[in-house]
Design a binder for this molecule. Sequence first.
Ligand code: ZN
Length: 246
Amino acid sequence: MSNGIRVTVWNEGVHEKESEAVQKVYPKGMGHQIAQYLEKQSGIQSVHVSEMDHKQQGLTDEILKNTDVMTWWGHTAHHMVDDANVDRVHQRVLDGMGLIVLHSGHFSKIFRKLMGTNCDLKWREIGEKERLWVVDPAHPIVDGIDEYIELPHTEMYGEHFDIPQPDQQVFISWFEGGEVFRSGCCWHRGKGKVFYFRPGHETLPIYYDETILKVIANGVRWAAPSGVATLTRGNAKPLEDVKPSM
Ligand code: ZN
């Protein structure tokens, strides 16, 4: 970590290959659009883009071992991610790798496994306005962000969002149609940190919005491994001189 954060942007990469409408918005794929921004940000050493049609779905041991923070975008092929790969990403998170789950990644196997709930929500696709309100102004993820972010045309996600109570709630969204949504949520899982961030949709240019990209970069810095170097579990000898009484 001393040389900076090594990021893997995991992008499902199916819509971009199958839909002309999506190709128009993201000709190189959403993963590369996010990666080209992260590459230029301070504190980030390297950015690798993994896609599902890569070797071992872009989740080889070598890649996982060399990833400090992973971002995850998926939508149409969640069920095609191998359970064994999900288990390995899960273990890496518990061991300290940060995970940023984006938009429709709420239904990914890895997010649902980390949350322990179904992670279902309400949605509507009519291109309405969204305001993401900062509700934790001291949080590092909102460093340099105004009190709200306004997106003129978004897909709506509404409550109830079936997640465990976040350890830290960073954003709450308001939508033109009346719904609200917990659109920026943080959890600790083992030694790892998880940030769910709502914005993004395959046919909307959300990942060209500099403020949204800035939040993702802040999220990467927040989720980077930190904390104690060693944890001991199992049967342990006392640190002090204790006379056994049993
Ligand atoms: Zn969407």
